[in-house]
Write a protein that binds this ligand. Structure first.
Ligand code: KIV
Ligand code: NA
Length: 265
């Protein structure tokens, strides 16, 4: 695949090729992630946590998401760029949802939007899709509803919630979503859903039986020492690497080692 499209992802699922997805929120990171060969870059509203330091994803605004997304789009050459619609930009009515999605597409150049929820937001999803904007769904642990859940633990462990999840996943497929994210649900349930629909299911904390995986880049690079849920695999310890590089720099400045003769004009 030279350039990833929503169609490429559906083809990948049909051919049994797993889909790789990571978040990015700025130009430099997007450029690295894209060159490394990622299929999908998600401009997640997790920017609210990892970029802005908020406790939840609720405070980030549509303008802020557009700023992050436009930076990412400038750094991405091959990857499909999906942008989260932030809390408050789509829940009140379908017209507002469409307006928000249009702003993201026009002002950032992103390729698709992602919304949290199933049946409750089906009219909004329809309206956005009717305007020609690809939609990725997001079910399971949906962080914009954290105050309803009260906790970040695994969702859909009980039958009633599991059944609603299956129904919602089928509905998203029927509406015409090109893909969906399942966050923090039992692996068996996630696999069952992935096998029962033809659009690709991207998991985070949803096991290996789905069609692709997504992680928050700061988490997988080990930049965040405090966050270590079971589903997270750390590929680096950038927290330690950066801390030692920066303290070395501080020492070099203090000791007058930096700059040396070759490092000046
Ligand atoms: O905002 C985000 O990073 C996400 C992923 C965790 C799926 O929605
Ligand atoms: Na998100």
């Amino acid at each position: 695949y030279k350039k990833i499209t929503t169609k490429s992802l559906i083809d990948m699922k049909a051919q049994g090729e797993k889909i790789s997805m990571l978040t990015a929120y700025d130009y430099t990171m997007a450029k690295i992630v894209d060159s490394a060969g990622i299929d999908v870059i998600l401009v997640g509203d997790s920017a609210s946590n990892v970029m802005a330091g908020h406790e939840t994803t609720l405070p980030i605004t549509l303008d802020q998401m557009i700023y992050h997304a436009s930076s990412v789009v400038r750094g991405a050459d091959r990857a499909l760029v999906v942008v989260d619609l932030p809390f408050g930009s789509y829940q009140s009515d379908p017209k507002e949802a469409l307006r928000s999605a249009i702003r993201i597409m026009k002002e950032s150049g992103g390729h698709a939007v992602k919304l949290e929820g199933g049946k409750e937001i089906k009219d909004s999803i329809k309206k956005i899709l009717n305007a020609g904007i690809p939609v990725m769904g997001h079910l399971g642990l949906t962080p914009q509803s954290i105050y309803k859940f009260g906790t970040y633990t695994v969702r859909a462990k009980e039958e009633q919630e599991a059944l609603k999840l299956i129904e919602d996943a089928k509905l998203l497929e029927k509406l015409g979503c090109f893909s969906l994210v399942l966050e923090k649900i039992p692996a068996k349930l996630a696999q069952q859903i992935a096998e029962s629909i033809s659009i690709p299911v991207i998991g985070i904390g949803a096991g290996s039986g789905v069609d692709g995986q997504v992680l928050v880049i700061h988490d997988m690079l080990g930049m965040n020492n405090e966050f270590s849920p079971r589903f997270l695999r750390r590929y680096m310890n950038l927290y330690e690497g950066m801390t030692s590089a920066i303290s070395q720099y501080v020492d070099d400045v203090k000791s007058k080692d930096f700059p040396n003769e070759k490092e000046q004009y």
